[in-house]
Write a protein that binds this ligand. Sequence first.
Ligand SMILES: Nc1ncnc2c1ncn2[C@@H]1O[C@H](COP(=O)(O)OP(=O)(O)OP(=O)(O)O)[C@@H](O)[C@H]1O
Ligand SMILES: [Mg+2]
Length: 496
Amino acid sequence: MADLVNAEHVNKSFSGVMALQDVQFNLRPGEVHALLGENGAGKSTLMKIISGVYTKDSGDIYINGKKLLHDLTPQSAQAMGIGIIHQELNLCPHLTVAENVFLNREFSSAVVLNEKKQNEETKNYLKALDLDIDSSTPVRKLPVSKQQMVEICKTLSMNANIIIMDEPTSALSEKEIEELFKLIAMLKSEGKGIIYISHRLEELSRIVDRVTILRDGKYIKTLNFAETNLPEIISYMVGRALTEKFPHVEVERGKKVLEVRNLSSPHGVGVKNVSFDLYQGELLAFAGLMGAGRTETVRAVSGADKTSGGEILIDGKPVKIHAPSNAISLGLFCAPEDRKRDGLCVKMTLTENITLPSLDIFSRLGIISRKLEGKKAEAMVTSLKIRTPSIDQYVRNLSGGNQQKVVVGKWLMRDAKIVIFDEPTRGIDVASKIEIYNIMNELKRNGIGVMFVSSELPEILGMADRILVMCNGKITAELKAGDTNQEEILKYATQY
Ligand SMILES: Nc1ncnc2c1ncn2[C@@H]1O[C@H](COP(=O)(O)OP(=O)(O)OP(=O)(O)O)[C@@H](O)[C@H]1O
Ligand SMILES: [Mg+2]
């Protein structure tokens, strides 16, 4: 049987920078084919070419064995059965779930929109994914993980037989991932092909048949998953073997820097009576399932959300944090979870984003020193290994993982007492994760109190000093990272 997709000798550059160089890739019917590579390797670019979002500079693409004579457009790709779930969510926040699923292909008779039919169809897809979402809810009211599932529903409803999933699980809960994997198995059994991009390499073994690895925009290798292993895959991705996955350092704990007492969200939703301490030179992790209240806790502490009652003390002194700007002036910084909504101005350049929270440092008498700003941005690009042609690149043109590095990087400019990271390694490749861990270690060594929220238990166990487990808005356990394991954390994370 002909390959569903076959790409040969594909080249693509962006203003002189080669994103893809002589790349090949093929997808067979009924297979899950993972496309792997570090941040900026060219994965999303290749998928955008196959789905008609970008045009290639040169190369050949065959769909169902037939060579394409013209470049695809998003419409023609969709008509040929190619569906893509983009890495960055592409939903319209103010429209409902059903309106998003059927955007641009609304059910209508004459010119009257058949809202009922649209809602019913959407309900069927939501049911197939075992999702408890009301199809008439505006998408903006849903958490990121649910939005991601809506995005998946939308692609499924198009009846594609070539389905591209670009980082579909980075924002999903375990249960949602389970549902997605069941669905992938079903699509496979129907002879459809799935191209799967992920930095969560551990999950590959559950679904993947073959892997293709790109590095620096070049094709490296295609392997049968059964005949390879993760260390081998990683060495092809990175170009060298990675030894230490979690470079944990021991730092002597200093004074108590933060004390949180009985913090609660208004109206009894979100956080309930949360109390904890953070010490200088300590890495405190928040574990729990999606929706446990971890993000709500760090948002409340850093002034992003309102609180009702409770006390916060920094260096033993009671402080009032009503807004992020209060927090920043007290030396408390938070790199948020949702990079597109809270973390980045994608229409600004990398330098502008990195230096935005620190303009006071870069300006004298209200004038920004561009030279100083540029120097700092260069230093950040080097230390975080951000892959970009220049510090003047617009953030929206960076690869997903490199955008995440900018979110982390912008807080490292400041003299901080407390730094909070919410899911800092989401969408980040294996080698760069280690760079971010090293930054956390560096902050620890400088006597800064560091907190991080993560959904990846191996990362929590590997990097944290102390772990707080949350469930239903409350802290259910405090554990020492060296004395616990995944099972124990999960036990407290599911305790009602
Ligand atoms: N629209 C664009 N304009 C300019 N450069 C771009 C554009 N889109 C992608 N690039 C560049 O092309 C390269 C490949 O990016 P791509 O998004 O394909 O990486 P990726 O492998 O998907 O990475 P990640 O794992 O971080 O998502 C990067 O250097 C990126 O900055
Ligand atoms: Mg990408």
